[in-house]
Design a protein around this ligand. Structure first.
Ligand SMILES: *Cc1c(COP(=O)(O)O)cnc(C)c1O
Length: 377
């Protein structure tokens, strides 16, 4: 079985985990700080805060903007549910923006149409690893005085106008789930250049408790710490951080491999009529190529998908527009809200792309796709 994505674990990763698991600190030890330093460097930001998942990173970042009950948050419809769920965790209201039909990235004009007096936060997603239109989104956030968070779960290692993805929004979140740019099992992080946001995030991930002498309101003794906000236990273990630290040494090699595979697919798939390939990278941008999303005739999508799986190729579909999930329908969201996202979903299949995918296996994917198209023409 060729999966649509999978981690790349080397002997060095295994050794790093072994060292970590024998270290006196299994959590809140030195590996976290080292991993965060690497992350901040890779994201081009002053600070990075490691947390227990990409979802925890979103929750912490949204909480840091101060959003709460009744506030509206613009979120693209074409994303994993967590991007919108974390808005609901805080009692705020996700307002879905439609996407560009070619890239699946947020449509800035539609995002602007959805802004009301209640809007407090703008969120974009680097769908498939491709940077969102950050310049336009930053201008939009500035015009309407909104906080801006980028969900970069797909895009660690991508670049935008010569800068790594990470410093474009007020905060950028990452995920280290095994299918993402690097793997820690479960894990995530928030990158930011803002000192006050950084300090809030550190507190939020550990119950809202601080030990910082400058912040304590009383001095009751050397043991003393105080809770200043309702936080969570969103800490990452040192075992995970050690794996992350070891994986980060190969981040650029991983992305290089993904980009090489992405550059090869158009040549392999050129002669198949009826499939639409993802657009190439734009000038001044590189994608992390988390996904390779192709589009097919929506009437044939299911048969093509099933034929892939039958041939041992683990394709996937990314994503059902978030508001089409029964839970979102149960709280009042209706079909037809974002037509481009619905059409994108109806056509999309993610075909395999990951660092360990060999040329031979990639050839096999292309060959299978050709055969499927001959059968389903
Ligand atoms: C993976 C992912 C998340 C959630 O990350 P976890 O680490 O699985 O919690 C959030 N947003 C997007 C777009 C993702 O792909």
């Amino acid at each position: 079985m060729i999966p649509y994505s999978t981690q790349d674990i080397a002997d060095a990763d295994v050794k790093a985990v072994e060292r970590a698991v024998r270290h006196p600190y299994l959590t809140q030890g030195p590996a976290i700080e080292r991993f965060e330093k690497q992350l901040a460097e890779a994201a081009g930001t002053k600070y990075a805060v490691a947390v227990s998942s990409g979802t925890a990173a979103l929750h912490a970042a949204y909480a840091a903007t101060g959003i709460g009950k009744g506030d509206e948050v613009i979120v693209p419809a074409m994303t994993f549910a967590a991007t919108a769920n974390a808005v609901l965790y805080l009692g705020a209201v996700p307002v879905f923006a439609d996407v560009d039909p070619a890239t699946g990235l947020i449509d800035v004009a539609d995002a602007e149409r959805k802004i009301t007096k209640k809007t407090k936060l703008l969120v974009s997603v680097d769908y498939s690893g491709r940077p969102a239109p950050y310049r336009a989104l930053r201008a939009l956030a500035k015009k309407y005085k909104l906080a801006y968070v980028s969900d970069g779960a797909h895009s660690l290692g991508a670049t935008y106008y010569g800068q790594p993805v990470g410093g474009q929004a007020d905060m950028t979140t990452f995920s280290f789930h095994p299918v993402k740019s690097i793997a820690t099992g479960e894990g995530g992080a928030i990158a930011t250049n803002d000192r006050a946001l950084y300090e809030f995030l550190l507190m939020f991930r550990t119950h809202g408790i601080t030990k910082d002498p400058k912040k304590l309101t009383r001095d009751e003794g050397p043991w003393y710490q105080e809770m200043h906000a309702l936080g969570f236990n969103y800490r990452m273990t040192d075992i995970q951080a050690a794996l992350g630290e070891s994986q980060m040494k190969r981040l650029s090699a991983f992305i290089k491999k993904r980009r090489a595979l992405a550059a090869r697919y158009p040549k392999l798939l050129a002669k198949i009529p009826g499939i639409v390939l993802p657009p190439p990278e734009r000038t001044n941008e590189t994608s992390a190529w988390h996904l390779y999303p192709i589009q097919v005739d929506p009437k044939k999508r299911r048969a093509i998908f099933e034929a892939f799986r039958a041939a041992g190729i683990g394709v996937q579909v990314h994503y059902l527009p978030v508001y089409r999930h029964p839970y979102y329908e149960s709280i009042g969201y209706k079909k037809g809200l974002c037509l481009n996202a619905e059409s994108f979903y109806a056509r999309e299949i993610s075909i395999p792309i990951y660092p360990r995918l060999s040329k031979r296996d990639q050839d096999a994917v292309a060959h299978t796709l050709k055969n499927i198209f001959t059968d389903h023409a």
